[in-house]
Design a protein around this ligand. Structure first.
Ligand code: FHN
Length: 674
C-alpha cells in the first residue's frame, strides 16, 4: 500500500494538500484610495514585458518548422512528457538579473513584468505547490527572486505575469483538443486546480511583492465568475497595494481588474476614462524565436510610446530572452536606441496625461497640468516645410517655449493658434520635443468640425458643423478668412453650388481656435439606364475555396448559380459558411438623383461596384467591419455587383445606403432587380 501511494504522489507531481482559506471579498475602496494605489503606475507610462520559460529551449523550432514561441506545446502538439523534458535542458547560466534590470532602466522603463507562469504551467519561481518549476532544473536558482531584487535596486517596480490557463496541471480543464489519450481528463477536479492557482498566486504576492499581477489566459469556459472576482479579491487582500490587470476576469461577465490591456494595438482615441496599457512585441513573438529577426525600428517603437502616452496609456514593450539567460542582440540594440531618446525627452513621457487636441498634423502632444503653470509637450514627428508648427486653440497666456535638451524658441499667438518657429538645421528624424509652458491649467478650444464626409453633392447638401460648448462658430463660404464679423453658425448650411466652407471658434468675441475648411463640389450623377422589367432580387454566383481576397475568385467558374433577395448572408444558413465566395449582381434602382453613401459590412472580405466602378473596397481577412464609399447616381437603374468571401470562423455581409446626413439603412429588396 505504501508503495502504491508513493507512486501515485510521484505521478501527480503538481498535487499538494490544497488549503481551503475562506473566499476573499474585494475590499471597498474610494476613488481617492484607488488614485493613490494607481499613482506610481499612471506616472510610469513605460514598462518592460518579459516572456521567459521552458519554451525558450526549442526557441520556436519544432519538427522542421520555425514559427513557434511560447505556444509551442499547443501549436506543435508536443505531448506533455516530451515538453517536460525541456526542464533537463533549462540552465540559463548567462542569466544576469542586474544586467536585465539595468537595460530596462537605461531604456527609460519604470516597471518590469515577467512571467512567473505562462500557459505551459511551468513555474519560473520556487513554488511550494508544484515540482514543475525552475528550481528543479539544472539551474536550481529562482530567477524571479534575483530579478525582483535587481529591478528594485534600479528604482523600478517589479511585477509578475501569471497565466490562469495551465496546460500541465492534472486538474486544469479543458485539456487541449489534440491531447486525447496523452492526458485524459479522467479524474481532473477543476476546484483543486483553482485552489492550486490561488495558493501559487498568494505565494508570488507574499514572496516577491509585485506592484502588478498581470493575469492572462482567462478566456476558457471553465474560468467564469465568481472565480475572477475571487482571484482579484485574493490579490487585493493579500496585498492591498497590489494592482491587478483586467485579465483576471473572463471579460464575458464584466470588466474586472484595475486597467485595460489592449494587445499589439493602440486604441485610435485611447480609452477615455479608464486606465489602460498597450502591450506589444518588438518583433513577431512574445517568447524567444531564434528565426524571428523582424523587429520594429527604434523610430516606430518611440512613436508607439509617444502615441500611447498622448492618448493617456502605458506602453508595455516585450522582450523574449533566450534559454541561456541573455536578451536577443536586436532587443539590446533597440533598448539602447530608445534609451538615448528617453535620456533627453523622458520628461515628456513620465507623469503626463493625454493630449487635449483632436489631432495635430505634425505629431503628438502630451500634457503635464499644473495650477501655476502647465506644460504642453509637442512631439514633432514630421518637420514642417516652413519650419513652423501651429498649435490650434490654446487659450492660455504663453510663458515660454524650448526644445527639450536644446534652445529656447519664440512662440506667439496668431488668431486662435500658437505658432512656434523651429530652429533651422539638423533635427531628430524620430521626434523633436518642444516644451510649451503656459500659465495655469491648460485651456484648449477645440476647433469646430465640419461633419460630413461626402466629397460633394448632386443637387444640394446640408452641411452640419459640430461646435464645442460655450463657443460661437463663425464661417465663410467664399474662401475668405473667418473673422468676428463673419456669419454665426446656427444650423446646417444649405448649399447648391460648389464652394468652400471655412469655420472657426470664438469665445467672448475673440478668435480662439484654428480654422477648418472643406470644399464641396457639384457632382455629375452617373447616368441611369431604363429600369429593366426583371424581377426583384439579384443573381448569385457561388464559389468554394479558402480565399484570402475577392480577386481570387472573380474570374473563376462558379460552382453554383442561384438568386438572393438582397446582399446578405443566406437566411437558410444556421452556421457561418466557411471556405465560400459569392458574387451578387444585377440592377440597383436609385429612387432619386443624389449622392449616395454605401456602407458595406463583411467578414471576411468584400467589394462593391456600381456601374462598373469600385465604390467600396472592404477586402481581406478580417473580423466583421464596415467600410463606406460614395457614388453620385441619377434616378433610375444602375448595375451593381458585390463580391464577398468567408475563409473560416464567423461570417458577416450587409449593404446599406443613405443620401443625406442620416445613418445608412438596409437597401430595400425592391431596389434590386435581375
Ligand atoms: O496567449 C498569450 C500570449 O502568449 C502572450 O502572453 C500575450 C501577451 O499579452 N497574451 C496572450 C495572448 O493574448
Amino acid at each position: 500500500m505504501v508503495i502504491l501511494l508513493a507512486s501515485l504522489a510521484l505521478a501527480n507531481s503538481d498535487i499538494r494538500v490544497p488549503q481551503a482559506p475562506p473566499t476573499p471579498v474585494i475590499p471597498a475602496e474610494t476613488k481617492a484610495q484607488k488614485d493613490k494605489r494607481m499613482a506610481w503606475w499612471r506616472k510610469s507610462r513605460f514598462g518592460m514585458f518579459i516572456h521567459w520559460g521552458l519554451y525558450a529551449v526549442p526557441a520556436g523550432a519544432w519538427n522542421g518548422k520555425t514559427g513557434y514561441a511560447e505556444w509551442i506545446r499547443e501549436e506543435a502538439h508536443i505531448p506533455v512528457k516530451q515538453y517536460d523534458g525541456f526542464m533537463k535542458q533549462f540552465n540559463p547560466v548567462k542569466f544576469d538579473a542586474k544586467a536585465w534590470a539595468k537595460m530596462a532602466h537605461d531604456a527609460g522603463m519604470q516597471y518590469l513584468v515577467i512571467t512567473s507562469k505562462h500557459h505551459d504551467g511551468f513555474n519560473m519561481f520556487d513554488s511550494k505547490y508544484t515540482d514543475f518549476k525552475v528550481t528543479n532544473t539544472p539551474y536550481h536558482h529562482d530567477p524571479i527572486k534575483d530579478l525582483a531584487k535587481a529591478v528594485r535596486a534600479e528604482g523600478m517596480t517589479f511585477c509578475l505575469y501569471h497565466s490562469i490557463m495551465d496546460w500541465h496541471h492534472p486538474d486544469y480543464l479543458p485539456r487541449r483538443g489534440w491531447e486525447g489519450k496523452d492526458r485524459p481528463a479522467t479524474g481532473a477536479d477543476f476546484t483543486k486546480f483553482v485552489q492550486y492557482l490561488r495558493n501559487d498566486v498568494r505565494q508570488i504576492i507574499q514572496d516577491y511583492k509585485p506592484g502588478v499581477v498581470w493575469f492572462d489566459g482567462q478566456w476558457e469556459a471553465t474560468w467564469k465568475e465568481p472565480l475572477g472576482s475571487e482571484l482579484y479579491a485574493l490579490c487585493r487582500t493579500t496585498d492591498p497595494k497590489v494592482i491587478v490587470n483586467n485579465r483576471v476576469g473572463s471579460g464575458r461577465d464584466r470588466e474586472l481588474g484595475d486597467y485595460s490591456t489592449p494587445e499589439q494595438t493602440i486604441p485610435a482615441t485611447g480609452l477615455p476614462g479608464v486606465d489602460w496599457e498597450t502591450c506589444m512585441t518588438m518583433n513577431d513573438h512574445w517568447g524567444y524565436n531564434k528565426a524571428d529577426h523582424n523587429y520594429k525600428s527604434v523610430k516606430v517603437l518611440i512613436h508607439d510610446l509617444v502615441d500611447i502616452a498622448s492618448k493617456g496609456g502605458n506602453f508595455l514593450l516585450n522582450i523574449g530572452p533566450k534559454a541561456d539567460g541573455t536578451f536577443p542582440p536586436e532587443a539590446i540594440d533597440h533598448l539602447k536606441g530608445i534609451g538615448a531618446w528617453m535620456k533627453v525627452n523622458h520628461d515628456s513621457i513620465y507623469d503626463t496625461s493625454a493630449s487635449l487636441f483632436d489631432s495635430l498634423s505634425w505629431g503628438r502632444c502630451t500634457v503635464r497640468s499644473g495650477a501655476k503653470n502647465s506644460k504642453l509637450f509637442l512631439h514633432v514627428f514630421d518637420w514642417p516645410k516652413d519650419g513652423k508648427i501651429v498649435v490650434p486653440g490654446v487659450g492660455n497666456e504663453l510663458k515660454g517655449a524650448r526644445i527639450l535638451g536644446g534652445s529656447k524658441l519664440a512662440a506667439q499667438k496668431s488668431g486662435g493658434n500658437v505658432v512656434i518657429a523651429l530652429p533651422a538645421g539638423s533635427h531628430s528624424d524620430i521626434d523633436t520635443v518642444v516644451e510649451l509652458t503656459v500659465a495655469g491649467k491648460p485651456v484648449v478650444f477645440k476647433s469646430p468640425t465640419i461633419e460630413t464626409g461626402t466629397p460633394g453633392f448632386v443637387s444640394s447638401i446640408d452641411v452640419p458643423i459640430k461646435v464645442a460648448t460655450g463657443m460661437t462658430v463663425r464661417y465663410t463660404t467664399d474662401g475668405s478668412p473667418v473673422r468676428a464679423s463673419s456669419v454665426a453658425y446656427t444650423k446646417p448650411i444649405h448649399i447648391t453650388q460648389p464652394l468652400t466652407i471655412s469655420a472657426a471658434g470664438f469665445f467672448n468675441g475673440k478668435l480662439v481656435t484654428g480654422t477648418v475648411t472643406k470644399h464641396f463640389d457639384k457632382l455629375t450623377p452617373w447616368p441611369a439606364t431604363k429600369t429593366p422589367a426583371g424581377t426583384a432580387g439579384l443573381d448569385v454566383q457561388e464559389y468554394q475555396g479558402a480565399f484570402n481576397s475577392v480577386s481570387e475568385f472573380l474570374e473563376k467558374v462558379p460552382s453554383k448559380l442561384l438568386t438572393a433577395s438582397q446582399v446578405g448572408l443566406d437566411p437558410a444558413w444556421k452556421v457561418a459558411p466557411e471556405r465560400i465566395g459569392r458574387i451578387y449582381s444585377g440592377t440597383l434602382v436609385a429612387p432619386k438623383s443624389s449622392l449616395y453613401q454605401f456602407e458595406l459590412r463583411s467578414d471576411d472580405g468584400s467589394r462593391l461596384w456600381i456601374d462598373g466602378k469600385v465604390v467600396v473596397d472592404n477586402d481581406g481577412l478580417h473580423a466583421p467591419a464596415d467600410k463606406s464609399g460614395f457614388a453620385p447616381l441619377e434616378k433610375g437603374a444602375h448595375t451593381i455587383k458585390v463580391a464577398w468571401f468567408n475563409n473560416s470562423g464567423n461570417a458577416a455581409l450587409g449593404l446599406k445606403w443613405t443620401t443625406g446626413s442620416s445613418n445608412p439603412v438596409s437597401i430595400p429588396t425592391s431596389a434590386f432587380r435581375h
